[in-house]
Design a protein around this ligand. Sequence first.
Ligand SMILES: [Fe+2]
Ligand SMILES: [Fe+2]
Length: 453
Amino acid sequence: MDLKILLVEPNESVGDLIAKNLEREFGAKIVYYKSGADAVELIEKGEYFDLFVCRNSSLETVENPIEQIAALVLNALYDNSLKTPLIVIGDFEHTFKKYALISDRLRIEELNRLVLKALNLKKEEFDHLKLPDYIPFPIKYFYLMTLSPCDVFIKLTKKNGDEYVKRLHFGESFTKDDLKKYEDLGLSEFYILKDERELFMNGLLTQSLRNLRAPHSIDEAVVMTGDSFVISSDLIKSLGINSTCVVMVDQTIHQMRTQIAKADKLGLLLKKLLDNQLSYSYKRSYLICLMSYILLPKMEWGGSEQMPALLEKISMVAFFHDIYLDDEKLLKIMDMESLKKAKLNPRERDLVLSHANKAALLALTYPRLPQGVDIIIKQHHGVSNGVGFPEALTAAVSPMAVFFIVVEDFVTCILDQEDLTTFTTILKYLKQRYTLPTYRKIVTEIEAMVSKK
Ligand SMILES: [Fe+2]
Ligand SMILES: [Fe+2]
């Protein structure tokens, strides 16, 4: 059975919306008019419809000074002795009470309910029309999984609509190399059935955590933590802070800290981090944690019993501070001068200017955030309100922010240089740049650290 519905709605975008909905929900054929007079003309000609849906709005145009659509249509029904049901959207009153009314603040589900009622049909009769809804997820979300937690599809774009093809069955095992093959083909997303979203998120969390915690060589562990760094920050940005990403962020930070604390030779860890396979953002954040691990105890900010808490703060800052910048080009802009030199579009420029403040606000919604972390994030470019870059560095930001600024600058230089045999150029640059005593103290400690080796 094919339903044929006549729709009259003066507002074209609303009309399109309603028409698309009726097509989708009922597989109906929609004849759509913006003017009541045109619709009436068609009715007069005797064309058959199962249902009329009209907006009772008065549309003032040159041809139709004031057109009461519902009254026009209802009169046409009466004159032609038609029994076709009518649904009126909006305010309407008429002595010939053969119509259903729905409020102006149109709710599509309400309309659909009325359509079923008007036609004496049941919702189930249209269930077959409901195509499965597929939700895209980045393929990289699967990096830390080994078993498919649900059926997984890829999308093929065809001339007459998208087609979804199952590539992984529920419970099927796969490796990261298998995933890479898809990515090498230019695919970046897998698709999951809408109803299996929960199943997927649960699998993502439990498998990723289990695999992260399993014993691995330090090289493997650094790569896996890098995946979890990318996945969890991506999850936060797309879904907000929820239980899944909180657990993953905690685990990511925990992994970085234990890897650093357990490494007997930090130099080896450092070399691994210069590996080009890893994301720039992850490498830099990791290096900040690693350097802080060595430098913080020299800062006289408390006894050894306070070091774990200080390190925790710095690693939280390292994780969150640049979370809104995913492009390496943007991540490397650290002062006014490089911002001016960089050719950015307005959106990128905005993002760079506001990223510190935005990240601080996001971190504030994180449960159990150590005290002061949001302040350090906000000030990580040396501006107290977290917007833009300072004309000149000042001592007007928190001491931990000063520490973070210098350490981040230092590790950025290391990443640029990719050579760990000499630090001469880097030290020269740092000394030139940081002349204020609070900043200089950290440069001095960096110098002591590198000359010891
Ligand atoms: Fe940064
Ligand atoms: Fe930043």
